[in-house]
Design a protein around this ligand. Structure first.
Ligand code: ADP
Length: 326
């Protein structure tokens, strides 16, 4: 039988307590490593994955599937995403078929209404003319809507179709002004194109597509600015980039909704409340066209005060590198 003296009992107690503390520390360390590897690590990966998917990027896959229940969650995410991709493909196909099927009768209607309107089918009373004019304008809006659906499905299928060649930017500005002139007058809004547009030699861009992109922004500026408002366009050269700003003093965009601005079908709550018409496709199309021009687009907006879109496009695009249609 081992008999311990007072001092020895103390020493043994000390040794046991140090050993105990060491054991607990080792256990905590192992637990931490285990949790990091098996739980927190995968959860961080899944969180990044969910964030990207929720921002609209469906081309994701969780590669590092761990074991156990956490791993099963990762596999379930992958299956869910596969289904989302399938639905997205069906939705794009529906978009494309619907838009193509609608375009033919709408075009037919356009020519019939025009034929009546110009009096080719006989003289009209003022009242009849007014009614047909309204029908014609409504039909035009529907054609615009269908065109936007077609543009979106072409963008998504990589078949938007670009024709890059040397063009004169001042002609594009002139076309923009001509297309919008009547609407500006109808809405009682003043258009101010800054006189200090730099003189630019022709450079490579797609005239009709860039016109679609900028026209969308100008049309929005008119649509979302009350009568007597002002829309301003300014152009500047910044190194190898052309900077175009389009600002208005209209209804603005709620700050919390700005991150969704360039996504498909987005319409801000304030303009929905005002019962303005729109599909929420214009800015998605615009952004894609600007990106294809080696550029960027950003927005500054204060609700109730106004909005400024800032666009940069490249002045030194090389035609050879742009020849694909997508
Ligand atoms: P829409 O057909 O609704 O105009 P867009 O894609 O062109 O679709 O614009 C998306 C949304 O962005 C609009 O519904 C509106 O809420 C907001 N928006 C765009 N431009 C402006 C602007 N100049 N002023 C205020 N809101 C704007």
């Amino acid at each position: 039988v081992l008999v311990l003296q007072g001092g020895e009992v103390k020493t043994l107690g000390l040794i046991l307590s140090v050993a105990g503390t060491f054991l607990v520390a080792v256990l905590v360390l192992f637990l931490d490593i285990f949790l990091q590897k098996k739980v927190f690590g995968p959860i961080a990966v899944y969180t990044r994955f969910v964030k990207k998917v929720s921002e609209g990027d469906l081309n994701q896959k969780i590669e590092e599937i761990s074991s156990g229940d956490v791993g099963k969650l990762g596999s379930a995410f992958n299956v869910m995403l596969e289904k989302l991709r399938e639905i997205d493909v069906i939705k794009s196909a529906f978009n494309s078929v619907a838009a193509h099927q609608l375009r033919t009768p709408l075009s037919g209607m356009k020519w019939v209404l025009k034929y009546l309107l110009v009096g080719d089918a006989g003289a009209l009373t003022d009242e009849q003319k007014e009614m047909i004019k309204r029908g014609y304008e409504t039909n035009e809006k529907m054609i615009q809507m269908v065109n936007n659906l077609l543009y979106v499905s072409r963008i998504e299928n990589g078949k938007f179709g670009y024709e890059f060649k040397e063009n004169d930017f001042s002609k594009l500005l002139e076309a923009l002004r001509e297309n919008s002139d009547i609407v500006f007058k109808e809405h009682g809004i003043e258009l101010d194109i800054d006189n200090h547009v730099p003189v630019l030699p022709p450079f490579i861009f797609d005239f009709s597509n860039l016109l679609i992109a900028l026209q969308n922004i100008v049309d929005n500026a008119i649509k979302y600015t009350p009568p007597n408002g002002k829309v301003k366009i300014a152009v500047d050269k910044e190194g190898d980039l052309l900077k175009i700003t389009i600002s208005d003093n209209g209804v603005g965009i709620p700050e919390a909704e700005l991150p969704k601005l360039f996504t498909k079908f987005f319409r801000a709550s304030n303009v929905v409340r005002l019962q303005t018409e729109g599909t929420g496709l214009g800015l998605f199309i615009t952004k894609n066209i600007i990106l294809r021009h080696g550029g960027s687009i950003s927005v500054d907006s204060v609700e109730g005060k106004g909005t400024t879109f800032t666009i940069h496009i490249s002045l030194i695009l090389k035609k050879e590198s742009l020849d694909s249609n997508a």
